[in-house]
Design a protein around this ligand. Sequence first.
Ligand code: ADP
Ligand code: MG
Length: 256
Amino acid sequence: MTKMIEIQHLKKNYGEKKVLSDINLSVSQGEVVTIIGPSGSGKSTLLRCINLLEVPSGGKVLIDGTAVRYKTNKSNLLTIRTRFQLSELRSQVGMVFQHFNLWTHRTVLQNIIDAPMMVQKKSYSEAVAIAESLLKKVGLFDKKNEMPYHLSGGQQQRIAIARALAMQPKVILFDEATSALDPETVGDVLKVMTDLAHEGMTMVVVTHEMQFARQVSDRVLFMENGVIQAEGTPDELFRNHSNKRIAEFIHHFQAD
Ligand code: ADP
Ligand code: MG
């Protein structure tokens, strides 16, 4: 099975602070991996290393078999070797954030077509065709000429998902995509994410939605203090109450 993401001995420090220690993870094509764990455990940092928004302090990240190459700069810090490789690899990894980060002064359609035209050099008509089919997929075709601030948080997040998909990524990462939403709009966003999972998209999902973790993911990781403390199928993790920390954590979020 093709490994879409392969992480080997990944470390990340901020100064003296160790945020990730020796993370090893591989995600196969079509696999849905959910990451749960307390605040501050390093979940966002891990996603940011996969999406090359952060340079690791050590170890390797490979996307579909291609390693990001780093070089050491004058201050002895690792940096990414060429901007070309960075933009190329980054466009293979879509990311959806807690705060959607849409361009507020541009229409829904413009938000989606910008990157395919600028980064992938798609023609306007090709980019619009892709955007329109994605807007239909997320149920928001009728909003294509609206400004984002006229939409609910859940609608904006579905636009952000369409924007990520417009780059035709190999992998899509979700960082607490539903945490900032009004409760009544969370379900529509989870439905889009669930549909994507069933269509075979490779996904890494950081979430506190235990029902999503349990029902949709192939594998669940529990992170704490910068390490993967436990991993397994949803059944293994959710039914195994021998690890008290995990049981407490899951219970807390299920009780919400
Ligand atoms: P999570 O997403 O699990 O809540 P994060 O990955 O955001 O955790 O953060 C892990 C730890 O790294 C936290 O202690 C946080 O304060 C620290 N951290 C994150 N980003 C930075 C940064 N840019 N500079 C310094 N410390 C950071
Ligand atoms: Mg986070």
